[in-house]
Design a protein around this ligand. Sequence first.
Ligand code: CDP
Length: 220
Amino acid sequence: MIYIAIDGPAGSGKSSVASGLARKLGFRHLNTGNIYRMVALLWLRSNQPDFSQDFFEMIKAKHFSVVDDAILMDGEIHEDDLRTLEVGKVVSKVAEIPEIREIITDKSREIVKSGNFVVEGRDIGTVVLPDAFLKIFLTASVEERAKRRYRELVSKNLEANFEDIIDEIRQRDSIDSSREVAPLKPAADAVLVLTDGLSLEEVIEKIYVLYTERMKSVKD
Ligand code: CDP
């Protein structure tokens, strides 16, 4: 199997880039962030202040799969519930829990056994798939990332306040980069791609070229 890992901070454009790149290469696409968001949603719905063994067992028993760009939980899509500000506010806290990371890492590795995948997240190149064929670390300035998230929410008719989005992104960047388990950082062998001022197509093309060059160097 061939895996391309795309890691990077909140709103760096990973999802659109990973989705477009997967389509161009005929690969499948796994957005691990959506599994973390799904678990965050389950936790919010559980109305429990802490994470219990029962909660971990409940998550373990769930079946996650991928259809196109969507994550299915026990065969159902919950996409629209995952991108809300409510989930955005707690997801990084949920993602700090080592037991949860272990469960999601195992489930992600299981999903990608079924084909060639573009896998996006925070720790794909460092923890989930350290042997990935190509590792990309996508990044952009906070303002650029907040603008993108704002436009995404507005296009989906969801509530959007620019200042709130900037705050949320700063807060998640800080928690994601400083947590003890699997913090957000580029793998030593990742290629850094700064996306400020680049169109989606330009970013996809850049990574596509990196991929074909690597393919050639492996074959030579
Ligand atoms: O789309 P965006 O970059 O804003 O975030 P996401 O990919 O939906 O991920 C939501 C949150 O899940 C991140 O802020 C991380 O706290 C967590 N996450 C993680 O810890 N590890 C991953 N592999 C993916 C997401």
